[in-house]
Design a protein around this ligand. Structure first.
Ligand SMILES: [Zn+2]
Length: 60
């Protein structure tokens, strides 16, 4: 899988980021970059909130 370096350079996720920030980051990441999968814990949190994932870039 390729890394969208430009996106990563402008979208840093802080170590102390809140769950909301992590969810937002991973949603945006899955759309803009396919270098890694969304962690299971994040997927569960999205499902718990009734949020659907956009189609990953890697599957387009
Ligand atoms: Zn990435």
């Amino acid at each position: 899988m390729s890394i969208n370096r430009e996106w990563h350079a402008t979208h840093k996720l802080a170590r102390d980021a809140s769950i909301e920030e992590r969810l937002h980051w991973h949603i945006q990441h899955s759309v803009n970059c396919g270098c890694r999968e969304i962690p299971t814990s994040i997927k569960r949190e999205l499902e718990a909130r009734g949020m659907t994932l956009p189609t990953p870039r890697s599957l387009k």
